[in-house]
Design a protein around this ligand. Sequence first.
Ligand code: FES
Length: 105
Amino acid sequence: MCQPATVTILPSGKTIVAAEGTTLLAAILAAEVELEHKCEGQAACGTCHIFVQEGRRGLSKVGREENEKLDTVVGVGSKSRLACQAKVLGTENIKVELLSFGSGR
Ligand code: FES
């Protein structure tokens, strides 16, 4: 069964409902918010780096590829995720913050 969760996107504050299994990248783009994603979701570029401010447990766990890529991205913190790798589980609502500057370049 697909459970939806709400994804709030800062700083614009736009909100979108995302079905279980949707990546944060897909949700953010569906909300018509721009987010770079140069490698088209291959965990290879790091340009989709975002911060998850709330609802981290409502996302899929960080995988090895994501972890390795995040290690190479500038400005990574404990809330960092690659939007293309983090999938909505539908168990919690999520709040993400986009960076005002590009990263991973
Ligand atoms: S789009 Fe390249 S790492 Fe996410």
